[in-house]
Write a new protein. Structure first.
Length: 406
């Protein structure tokens, strides 16, 4: 079933999906949240780190303005929406998910709700198949929502809303909070892209985002068990001032997830003895471990035990941002190389797929998600997110690089 052709020449709010802007404002937000000082574990940021962050934020914003001036405003919606292929793909993905559940003897959500925690979300799934399932469900959410904002047919839009929701369910079953946040972010960004009142919508999304952070914290508490609701406050070194404040304790999870990656990066710098040499061997290691996706580097025979590890402020707080391991390879030069690579990564991906292709906007949204999630870890190598970019690129080239929106 297809919808009627739509008028795809509408006004787009492209600044909200400009990956350079998103990169700059993401790290500006991290810097501001860090200043709340809700955890005693977070070290003070050094002058060098503050200089690095402020400089990279400014450069990212300037690159964003340049991209806007270079025609980053000629997006298109789908002319026709084909529902049948989307339902077929969703059905196949659910069959694969059911096979995984049968093979595992259950699923993470049931494990957490019952309190057994015998099946963890990061250990669930069949090798190879799980990567395909998780990434394809995300791709389906992004493309189905893209089809939703493209269609003007009420019946088609209703079916597409259900399709988006159905593809969200697996992330609840898997208790994959990161996957939920990633895909909600993608939906939010596309909503801002086509909104007639983007500023009002943005304000609404801020409040919705706070509600999601609360839910994120509640799920985190549930994960630890009903009898250990306050554990995260102890693990995260949450201050007495926060505990006595009007802010619900559930928000401690959100604060820690936003602030501790930068804290681990600063801690790594503080605890690294001497400045690592800037030489070809360290550069090679940096490239192998920080720029090549894990699924590829393993095939190249790269040994994981030679990889630099971030020096954590606490063993339970393991995320360290995209910059977390860079200092261990080449000092501050390592962080700057990673940042420059991110800029090139953004630029290249915005040029690979023709802007007239039906896969351009889904690719751009996935790229934006990667840029935001870099604040937690290096998403350039993360097999739970990076393959989604490859999906759009492969679909684009397998369709003969057709430029027409259809």
């Amino acid at each position: 079933m297809t919808s009627q052709p739509v008028n795809n020449r509408i006004r787009f709010n492209t600044a909200f999906v400009n990956p350079f802007f998103i990169n700059g404002f993401t790290w500006l937000l991290v810097l501001l949240v860090y200043q709340l000082r809700w955890s005693t574990l977070c070290p003070r940021l050094s002058e060098e780190m503050l200089t690095f962050l402020i400089t990279t934020v400014v450069i990212s914003l300037l690159c964003g303005f340049l991209l806007q001036k270079k025609g980053f405003n000629k997006f298109y919606l789908l002319r026709r929406v084909r529902l049948k292929p989307l339902w077929v793909i969703t059905t196949i993905l659910y069959i694969l998910l059911c096979i995984e559940i049968i093979a595992e003897g259950g699923f993470p959500l049931l494990s957490y709700v019952t309190g057994t925690r015998s099946i963890l979300y990061n250990e669930f799934g069949l090798p190879g198949i799980h990567i395909i399932v998780v990434n394809c469900f995300s791709a389906m959410i992004i493309f189905a929502y893209y089809a939703y904002i493209s269609s003007q047919d009420k019946m088609i839009r209703k079916k597409l809303r259900w399709l988006v929701f159905i593809n969200f369910i697996p992330y609840l079953i898997l208790f994959n909070r990161a996957g939920i946040i990633d895909n909600l972010l993608g939906v939010f960004l596309m909503s801002l892209l086509v909104s007639k009142r983007p500023i009002l919508l943005f304000v609404k999304l801020i409040f919705l985002g706070l509600a999601i952070l609360y839910g994120f914290g509640y799920m985190g508490n549930l994960r630890f068990g009903k009898d250990k609701m306050d554990m995260i406050l102890e693990v995260g070194g949450i201050t007495n001032e926060f505990r006595k404040s009007w802010v619900p304790n559930e928000f401690a999870w959100g604060y820690l997830y936003i602030a501790t990656p930068l804290a681990n990066t600063q801690n790594t710098i503080n605890r690294t003895r001497g400045i690592p040499s800037v030489d070809s061997e360290n550069l090679q290691n940096l490239i192998e471990y920080e720029f090549i996706p894990g699924i590829v580097s393993k095939r190249l025979g790269v040994e994981e035990n030679n990889r630099n590890k971030a020096k954590l402020i606490k063993d339970d707080l393991i995320v360290s941002s995209v910059y977390g391991r860079g200092y261990g390879y080449m000092g501050w030069m390592g962080l700057w190389i990673i940042y420059i690579f991110i800029l090139l990564f953004i630029l290249v991906n915005t040029k690979i797929i023709n802007i007239n292709s039906r896969f351009y906007i889904p690719m751009l949204i996935t790229l934006d998600i990667i840029v935001v999630m870099n604040l937690f870890d290096n998403m350039l190598i993360f097999i739970g997110l990076f393959p989604q970019l490859l999906i759009w690129i492969l679909l684009y080239f397998s369709n003969g690089r057709k430029c027409l929106i259809s």
